[in-house]
Design a protein around this ligand. Structure first.
Ligand code: COA
Length: 691
């Protein structure tokens, strides 16, 4: 659509929902610029988007298809804007991301609403900006700001960017009017200035790039896009044409990299996972008032999430003392956010004003959704649900934050099991985005849909799971940890395994994680299950022995590792090695060196195999759901896509051989997953996503 405003052509980007720059939109814009340039009644052009988006950038769905390279390509369009003989001004509202911001940066002027958000998020897709972003942004904002934006992939508001040459005007209202006035002003000036011709301080660029290179962490160094970005920004010191060429070469190398493919897959999988399969979608119930039962770390974290999302929250505890402790945690949380400059005092006050604490169960009658977050014990949770049945109003949703217990056994203590659902938050609940929404046998579709929508409103990633021990995440993680324990007995030590897996990209190794969570939790669970454990199954007793000698984890300075002087830094310990060596000897294993690749592949295959079983059982609805859970909740490297994505990109013959070896290593009870069937499912899904 094109509007005329006193000699200024306002050209609207119109490709809902986010004005991604697909081929059709690019063609329209190129034609609109040609037409305006040739129309003597037009003095210049304003490019404008919608309230939500100026543009969210290149159309991700076109990546890897011929449309992405069909003319006018994004960079052709951008060159066309730059060479336009009449001034072009971008009027930015909503988001201007990736190619959207690159397009705006090629304009002769930019005006933005203060609240609009600008960024170059390509790094989160394993890419660098490929249409001039790496060359123009440093010229407009200065190299430091530009590097920070591109390396983090995060947006900044126009308000924050005011004062840089990126924006000529930052306004609270009258965006189009101000943009049109700027066009008229530029039209009457003798020459048009461009980002590309802004001067560059080469020494400053090199110094800033080298500083960032030294700061890259291990996980960033594993992803090729980070080094490529720094190389592209170094090219800002070259003449613009050469800089653009360098950027293009690096961009094209990254486009087909396995990391970029995996990250695109995750982008789609995350969005897909938060939606229920069609057959389960139903009318959502209205949720305004939340109640959280239990003011421990989990309960208060959930309460903070809900307060941040604008809900009224009632926090319920058994005693005044416990309640006060919980309320103080919330107060402390906001105080530290304010101190760190992450939250304004006014906003924090508004959020906290919506929180009420109580020890009276009768207050629950107001809640539309009650989330139980008491400690992980079936009987304790059943007691809570019996009381909920008495005090919660009819139609209220009754959710349990259990991480592995049977939802049906909890629901059965109420007269309304269809209103009961699992909502498994991850700790710290105010930070972690993952939320497993667990369907009990009788959970109604309405309740399930509402729980998913509630998760989305908390800005979390809710993923559906059926009711099965450990749900999706803990079940796969258990299989992985178990395989890592086998490797301890076979010849590796905790540091060998942890180092191999962090080298693959995991945030932490399994034994460092175990120490952090506390070995006693796993020990208690093992003791509880000892009666039902099949004696033929391979069982590694190393953790039990460590607990018996008092090594309960990081909290007491000793677990799989020793933590000196309460420090985070860990060292390996001869006592632990002795326990491990003894376990190997007891099983009659001659210890051997396990190579890094073997450790990585065994651990990954154990995960992938369990994921395949769980998909076959229908516990997870889609392969992508599994991958989102492992990436978001368990530190699996996002740029490897998740265990299913990883497995299905392996050579199938090698996979089969290694699965057979895994069966041997695991012994009695091992069930092999069917990757052939899953391979075709996942390929269909990816194909469907691209169409
Ligand atoms: N290309 C194609 N589709 C895009 C897109 C893009 N650049 N950005 C978003 N979309 C789609 C999403 O896939 C989703 O489609 P769906 O409803 O079919 O799943 C829809 O737009 C809405 O996006 P969603 O993320 O669910 O909405 P939101 O309001 O939470 O967030 C954005 C909007 C724009 C902030 C977010 O989508 C985003 O960050 N997009 C990526 C931008 C980017 O990386 N651009 C650079 C590309 S190289």
């Amino acid at each position: 659509m094109i509007d005329m405003r006193d000699g200024v052509a306002v050209v609207y980007l119109n490709n809902p929902p986010v004005n991604s720059l697909g081929h059709l939109l690019r063609s329209f814009l190129a034609q609109a610029i040609d037409a305006a340039e040739n129309d003597d009644t037009v003095c210049g052009i304003v490019l404008a988007g919608s309230k939500e988006a100026f543009s969210a950038g290149a159309d991700i769905k076109e990546f890897g298809t011929t449309l992405q390279l069909a003319e006018p390509m994004l960079r052709t369009l951008i060159a066309r804007v730059e060479s336009c003989r009449k001034p072009v001004v971008a009027a930015i509202e909503g988001v201007a991301l990736g190619g959207g911001l690159e397009l705006a940066m090629a304009c002769h002027g930019r005006v933005a609403l203060a609240s609009s958000r600008l960024g170059l998020p390509e790094i989160s897709l394993g890419l660098i900006p490929g249409s001039g972003g790496t060359q123009r942004l440093p010229r407009l904002t200065g190299v430091k700001v530009a590097l920070a934006m591109m390396l983090s992939g995060q947006t900044k508001t126009a308000h924050e960017l005011a004062g840089t040459s990126l924006l000529d005007h930052v306004v609270e209202s009258s965006l189009l009017e101000v943009a049109a006035n700027l066009v008229r002003k530029l039209a009457s000036s003798s020459s048009l200035s461009l980002a590309a011709t802004q001067p560059v301080d080469a020494a400053q660029v090199i110094a800033a790039v080298e500083q960032e290179r030294a700061r890259l962490n291990t996980r960033q160094m594993l992803q090729p896009a980070y080094a490529a970005l720094l190389d592209a920004v170094t090219a800002v010191t070259l003449p613009i044409k050469e800089g653009l060429q360098r950027e293009r070469t690096l961009f094209l190398q990254l486009l087909s990299s396995t990391a970029a493919q995996a990250l695109r897959y995750q982008f789609k999988a995350e969005r897909e996972a938060t939606r229920l399969p069609n057959s389960l979608q139903a009318q959502e119930r209205e949720i305004r008032q939340i109640a959280v039962i239990g003011a421990g770390t989990m309960g208060t974290g959930i309460a903070i999430s809900a307060l941040d999302a604008g809900f009224n929250v009632l926090l319920l505890e058994q005693s005044d003392e416990a309640l006060q402790r919980g309320l103080s945690k919330v107060v402390d949380h906001y105080a530290s956010r304010i101190a760190a400059g992450k939250e304004s005092a006014d906003r924090a006050a508004v959020r906290q004003s919506r929180l009420v604490g109580s020890t009276s169960w009768s207050r629950l009658s107001l809640a539309d959704l009650v989330i139980e977050a008491v400690f992980e014990d079936l009987e304790a949770k059943q007691e809570v649900f019996k009381r909920l049945d008495v005090y919660a109003k009819q139609g209220a949703i009754l959710a349990t934050n259990t991480s592995y217990l049977d939802i049906d056994a909890i629901a059965s203590t109420t007269s309304r099991p269809w209103d009961v659902v699992g909502m498994h938050f991850f700790s710290p609940a105010q930070v972690m985005k993952l939320l497993e929404v667990v369907r009990g046998a009788q959970t109604s579709s309405e309740v399930l849909s509402t729980a998913m929508a509630f998760g989305r409103s908390l800005k979390k990633l809710p993923v559906l799971s059926e009711n099965s021990f450990g749900f999706i995440g803990n079940r796969i993680y258990n299989a992985y940890r178990r395989q890592c324990e086998f490797m301890l007995e076979d010849g590796a030590y905790p540091e060998d395994i942890d180092q191999a897996l962090t080298a693959f990209g995991f945030a932490m190794g399994p034994f460092a994680v175990a120490d952090l969570s506390g070995l006693d939790i796993a020990w208690r669970m093992r003791q509880a299950q000892s009666a039902i454990r099949n004696p033929k199954e391979r069982y590694v007793a190393i953790l039990d022995r460590l607990c018996e000698i008092g090594r309960l984890g990081r909290k007491i300075g000793a677990g799989y590792y020793t933590y000196l002087d309460g420090k985070k830094a860990k060292t390996s310990d001869a006592k632990v090695r002795a326990v491990i060596d003894e376990a190997s000897a007891k099983r009659g294993i001659v210890r051997r060196t396990l190579l890094v690749a073997e450790i990585q592949r065994r651990a990954l295959l154990a995960m992938a195999n369990e994921a395949a079983l769980l998909l076959a059982e229908g516990v997870a609805a889609r392969p992508g759901d599994v991958d989102v859970v492992l990436v978001q909740g368990y530190g699996f490297p996002r740029w490897e896509g998740g265990p299913m994505h990883w497995a299905l990109n392996q050579d199938p013959v090698r996979l089969e051989i290694e699965l057979n070896a895994l069966a041997q290593n695991t012994g009695h009870g091992f069930v092999k997953g069917d990757f052939c069937r899953l391979g075709s499912t996942i390929n269909n899904t990816i194909q469907g996503n691209l169409n």
